[in-house]
Design a protein around this ligand. Structure first.
Ligand code: ANZ
Ligand code: ZN
Length: 818
């Protein structure tokens, strides 16, 4: 452990209380400076701020501070995502009310966040479990309901038996509950949904966004999963059923002549109707077992493609061929029409299915029509059509268009677009969430609560033990109510909302968090929103980040917002690990930031977190590393405390002064450009080089006082966003005005920041062939590459063999050839 030259605990608390009493972080909605809204994802109040929180929040705070010193009026608020399961689970386990548990945790975490030296304006804090916040969740719900964007439907929902609640599709990761990893099963339930699918196309359009990681855009794009194709019907009129056709969605209508079977999802309602008597038993048994499989199992490419024949046939309208109809669980009920036209020759799943069920495999696309040999796997490439009637020898691309035309003109189907994304299921069968403001009346049906009756308060005395039923169901005082329309007896909806509803609009609430007559004050919102810079984890790609985009667009269409994207720029930080592994209690490698803050103070922890790797890639915590930072901070402390007035004027060296000035301006330029783009680690490396150079100069005593002071002040200013406490202390020591955080950043002179340039003479075999202007810092290998790529030199060495290259630093390169 490295001893610091100052008392970090004293220093932290000294400046934290000064900042608070002087209210230097209070943000006004209007200012003569331009506004900048920089937001970091708010934490769940789990009780303790862990190192992951620090890793997300300290660099974000540094960036917001940087923007402030750059001249912006910066809003960088903090709040708590306070509803949700952990509170309820902790409550059940420890017999403490979720409200009390949550508020106690918030109190603790607020103190920890303060200890970080953050610039949050606590008067803007948002806590979602308080009625003055969740009231607006309910208000938005009613607006969405009235606009047809919130609806109730009976559908097989994702059910986590451990969390005893339904989950949105986005919360099912690899078939498991995103929270607790329990395999998710399907349960038929009446649930509330938000119609995110209505915005599928718009959500694919990122043009209103200024700068998001490509990765997140790709994940969202894939999640939405837009496929253009054709919905085509196959004739089943011979069975005299209510429907005369089976409809199926395909992206490969060019393969229509290769259809040799039809496969229905086990859940497809047609299965019951079409299955022939002698097949009934086998089909029923198959459906039973399919229901027990998770979606991941069903779609796994590893798994054998199972299925059974229904005994029925449909007719391919293009060639009038009968096609046997199977039930197969690799066909999903939630996608397309829940039916697949099987083309084994050109789809691998179909190929495997056909191979194990003795179904013919007919090649209809070939890159070499003269040689159609047996396939060992599906051919998914392009080519021309074969075995395809009138379309033989037509290219697959052309055939896609002309077959679609033929189908449309015969009314056998039409071009259509399929999406993978499903509507957002927002009902949760748990207590600790926003009550859904709906009443069920025998006479009037599903009736929204009157806006004037909001909020529907979450009763604080519910029996919130999980039973699979909503806990509010057993709270008769809550449940039994009167119909808003007819005043007759009616029952309240007892499900609560997914907490992702809360986080879909919290970014707007910070602009006017105490507003009571509307979710935000329009004028305040106009000053700040949309968020200029958002930072947070990439794991939210298809949940929070997608939901918030949807919400913003829906609210825009309701006339509540004037823009369609919540976050203009997004930056995802990486993860911090320890001992080469993710931190976890069971591994025993959890780093507790408080311990380090107690030893080294907040600044050293902050600097270290920003230094240990590129922020977007994360890095590894090491005690050695933090000691290195402590040593460096001691050196900075020393540098600032050297008595610059004692620099004797006799030793000044003009060249050293010139060099130092150049280094100073280069340092400012690099540091600020790095800060701008979140490259904290290289920014800090630059400052470290700078301190080394200053130390050497001090040892040589070759600078004048003015240059020295200038360098020292600049160093402290540049470090201020990263290490707010020690820089405030040093700023005071330098006799400067409080607060350093209200100062402007140093500016660099582009001319001075440029590398000094020199002229290199280039010779070939001793003859001068060119003179080139290069940076004075050029290395030998850089110089050689530069000369060899120079066309004037090239012609002299083109066909010759280079024997050697002589390099005289700062002067010349001589290429010797044979
Ligand atoms: C025939 C065909 C031939 C297909 C071929 C592909 C290749 P994407 O691109 O993801 O949208 N499909 C349609 N509905 C399905 C369902 N409910 N469950 C499982 N698979 C389904 O996928 C579209 C393709 O997936 C469709 O195009 C269909 O198979 C299959 F050489 O139709 B295709
Ligand atoms: Zn009624």
């Amino acid at each position: 452990m490295v001893n610091l030259k100052y008392d970090p605990i004293l220093l932290d608390s000294k400046w934290q209380s000064r900042w608070a009493s002087d209210q230097i972080y209070t943000v006004s909605n209007t200012s003569d400076k331009p506004n900048w809204y920089e937001l970091t994802m708010y934490p769940y109040p789990s009780g303790n701020l862990h190192i992951g929180h620090w890793y997300a929040m300290a660099p974000a705070d540094a960036h917001a501070r940087f923007r402030r010193m750059q001249g912006y009026n910066v809003l960088h608020p903090m709040g708590f995502d306070a509803f949700g399961l952990p509170a309820e689970n902790a409550a059940i386990k420890n017999n403490i009310h979720p409200f009390n548990w949550t508020m106690k945790n918030i109190e603790n975490m607020r103190e920890q966040l303060r200890s970080m030296g953050s610039m949050y304006d606590w008067e803007r804090e948002v806590i979602c479990c308080l009625p003055d916040y969740y009231k607006w969740n309910q208000w938005f719900f009613l607006k969405l309901f009235n606009a047809g964007l919130a609806y109730r439907s009976d559908a097989p929902a994702n059910w986590c038996a451990s969390c005893v609640t339904t989950l949105a599709n986005e919360q099912v990761v690899d078939g498991k509950c995103e929270r607790c990893s329990t395999p998710v099963i399907k349960k038929d339930l009446e649930q509330w949904f938000f119609k995110i699918t209505k915005y599928a196309d718009e959500l694919l359009d990122f043009s209103e966004i200024e700068e998001w990681p490509e990765k997140i855009k790709t994940i969202q794009t894939n999640w939405i999963g837009r496929s253009e194709g054709v919905e085509i019907t196959f004739d089943i009129s011979q069975y005299n059923l209510p429907q005369n056709d089976i409809s199926t969605f395909t992206t490969r209508i060019d393969t229509i002549y290769g259809v040799t079977f039809m496969a229905l999802a086990p859940e497809n309602s047609l299965v019951k109707l079409i299955t022939q008597k002698d097949r009934q038993e086998e089909v029923d048994a198959y459906i039973q077992q399919a229901r027990r499989q998770t979606e991941v199992e069903r779609t796994s490419s590893e798994r054998e493609k199972t299925g059974v024949f229904t005994g029925a046939y449909c007719i391919n309208k293009l060639n009038n061929q009968p096609v046997p109809i199977y039930v197969a669980d690799y066909v999903l009920s939630g996608y397309g029409t829940g039916a697949v036209m099987g083309v084994p020759a050109h789809d691998q799943r179909d190929f495997e299915f056909a191979s194990s069920h003795n179904i013919p495999i007919v090649t209809v696309i070939s890159s070499n029509p003269d040689d159609i040999s047996d396939l060992k796997e599906a051919y998914t490439g392009t080519g021309v059509l074969v075995n395809s009637g009138n379309f033989n020898n037509v290219s697959a691309d052309e055939a896609k268009a002309s077959i679609a035309n033929l189908i449309e003109s015969n009314e056998w189907g039409s071009r259509t677009v399929s999406y993978r994304i499903r509507d957002w299921l927002i009902s949760r069968q748990r207590y600790w969430g926003t009550p859904i403001p709906i009443v069920y009346c025998d006479k009037c049906g599903t009736t929204p609560v009157n806006e004037s009756d909001l909020p529907v308060l979450l009763p604080d005395d519910a029996e919130f033990k999980p039973s699979g039923e909503s806990p509010l169901n057993t709270h008769s005082e809550f449940r039994e109510t009167h119909c808003p329309k007819c005043s007759g007896k009616a029952l309240r909806e007892t499900d609560t909302m997914d907490t992702f509803v809360d986080s879909s609009w919290y970014q707007f609430r910070y602009t006017s968090p105490t507003q009571s007559s509307s979710p935000w004050e329009d004028l305040a919102l106009a000053q700040w929103a949309p968020v200029d810079q958002y930072t947070g984890g990439a794991e939210h790609a298809v949940m929070h980040l997608l939901y918030a985009r949807f919400f913003t667009k829906a609210l825009r269409d309701l006339g509540l917002l004037s823009f369609g994207e919540p976050f203009k720029r997004l930056y995802n930080q990486g993860h911090i690990i320890a001992q080469n592994a993710k931190m976890s209690k069971s591994r025993g490698n959890v780093i507790t930031p408080d311990d380090y803050v107690q030893t080294y103070g907040a600044d050293v922890v902050r600097i270290y977190l920003m230094f240990l790797g590129p922020w977007d890639q994360g890095g590894q915590w090491s005690d050695n590393g933090i000691n290195g930072i402590a040593r460096w901070i001691n050196r900075v402390w020393d540098l600032v405390h050297y008595q610059s007035n004692k620099l004797s004027s006799s030793k000044h060296d003009t060249q050293s002064i010139k060099d130092t000035q150049r280094l100073l301006h280069k340092t400012i330029k690099k540091a600020l450009n790095d800060l701008e783009s979140f490259k904290f680690n290289t920014m800090l490396a630059t400052l470290m080089e700078f301190t080394n150079a200053l130390q050497q100069s001090w040892n040589k005593q070759d600078l004048d006082e003015q240059t020295w002071t200038n360098c020292i002040e600049t160093l402290v200013l540049l470090l201020a966003p990263i290490a707010p406490h020690i820089t405030e202390e040093l700023w005071e020591y330098l006799g400067k005005q409080f607060s350093i955080h209200q100062q402007s950043l140093p500016i660099w002179d582009e001319e001075l920041a440029r590398d000094e340039e020199i002229t290199l003479v280039v010779q070939v075999n001793g003859k001068v062939r060119d003179k080139i202007t290069v940076s004075a810092n050029i290395t030998e290998s850089e110089a050689i590459v530069l000369t060899q790529n120079n066309p004037k030199i090239n012609r002299h060495i083109d066909d010759k063999q280079i024997l050697k290259t002589i390099y005289v630093p700062q002067k010349l390169v001589n290429i010797v050839t044979k």
